[in-house]
Design a protein around this ligand. Structure first.
Ligand code: ADP
Ligand code: MG
Length: 351
């Protein structure tokens, strides 16, 4: 789904490369943490995946496309399949929550009918139902990031990139966002999240790719997916913060839930939109997870367990108005129930 082949990235006017012979592949359905200190090259990696930049040497192949051979004209169509969220949310301040999410769909020419259906659905997915009319300044930081996530998911991308998405949030709110990203991933979307909080993600038993001064120094799979025996029993270190422990516990719960429900298999190419058919209609009872030493309990260690993300039963979306059918072979068209393709906008195969 995403492949870095010996990627080196030099920025003009710098002597040392920002990335040096970075080589990895992210498979469909994976949740990958990209970790490393500030300046290690995480954002550079994400920018290459988004084709905001091209490698100096090596190849970056995303959704079957070599980003270097993608013409500028085709980039917007390519990007429709990749959602992205950032530390600073990047919402439009003069637009409401609904408008912020709808705007992306309007730009790509989605029909009014599709927007009217898709926006409330995706806002419900991220837990913002009822806040459609709020403006960004009327929301908490965590809620603003949820809007950004909703916006990134509105077009049902196959990949969600998150660059330090919790960087501006307090620990408790970061927990919520981590839970949300884990749930989105559990429902089939590939997630790549950059963070400098390496110590924290180490405990999550997800794949971790670590960069140091632009070099890949670690790629650990932690036993891989579907193997529930690899999911560890929680052994919090005493010094770990209550919120971090709660986040860890919540994510592990989600993993267990997802593994149990999905029969431990990864989503396949032929499956419906990442979260369309997969959102569990039967939500588990909210549960309370309490971990960590009671002495240091500041109240934030108690977080609700997996909340049921339900999606209103709806008809398949009317997608004939969406012209993004150029990557039919990626399975996107099928996912959206699209048949035709627009030759002018076609993104050609890379090999
Ligand atoms: P991270 O996201 O891990 O903090 P970045 O990918 O932003 O790291 O940066 C990696 C290195 O590349 C840093 O040394 C940074 O200064 C440099 N860098 C990033 N973007 C540019 C740019 N546009 N021009 C020059 N140098 C850059
Ligand atoms: Mg960065």
């Amino acid at each position: 789904m995403i492949r870095f082949e010996n990627v080196t990235k030099h920025y003009r006017g710098t002597s040392r490369p920002a990335l040096h012979e970075v080589d990895f592949e992210v498979l469909r359905g994976e949740f990958v943490f990209l970790v490393g200190a500030s300046g290690s090259g995480k954002s550079s990696c994400l920018r290459l995946i988004l084709r905001e930049d091209v490698p100096s040497e090596g190849r970056v192949v995303v959704l079957g496309r070599d980003v270097r051979t993608l013409s500028n004209r085709k980039v917007p169509y390519f990007r429709r399949h990749i959602g992205a969220v950032f530390q600073d949310f990047r919402l439009l301040p003069s637009k409401t929550v609904f408008q912020n999410v709808a705007f992306t769909l309007q730009v790509i020419g989605s029909s009014r009918a599709f927007i009217q259906q898709a926006v409330p659905e995706v806002l419900a997915l991220v837990g913002l139902a009822g806040k459609e009319k709020r403006f960004p300044h009327e929301l908490s930081g965590g809620e603003q990031q949820r809007v950004a996530i909703a916006r990134a998911l509105a077009n049902r991308p196959q990949v969600l990139l998150a660059d330090e998405p919790t960087g501006n949030l307090d620990p408790a709110t970061s927990v919520d966002i981590m839970q949300l990203l884990a749930r989105i991933n559990a429902n089939g979307t590939t997630v790549v999240m950059a963070t400098h909080e390496a110590g924290f993600v180490d405990q999550m038993k997800r794949r971790v790719i670590e960069l140091k001064n632009g070099e890949m120094v670690r790629d650990e799979r932690h036993g891989g997916y579907g193997d529930t025996s690899a999911i560890p029993s929680l052994a919090p270190e005493p010094e770990r913060g209550a919120a971090a422990v709660a986040a860890l516990t919540a994510v592990l719960e989600l993993q267990r839930e997802a593994a149990a429900m999905a029969g431990t298999s990864l989503p396949t190419e032929s499956e419906a939109p990442p979260w369309a058919g997969e959102i569990r209609e039967t939500a588990p009872e909210p549960q309370t997870v309490r971990v960590g030493a009671p002495a240091e309990d500041d109240g934030r260690a108690e977080v609700a367990g997996p909340r049921g993300l339900t999606r209103p039963p709806t008809q398949p979306v009317p997608v004939q108005d969406i012209p993004d059918v150029e990557v039919a072979e990626l399975g996107v068209a099928d996912r959206l129930g699209l048949g035709g393709r627009d030759r002018d906008d076609e993104v050609g195969p890379t090999s």
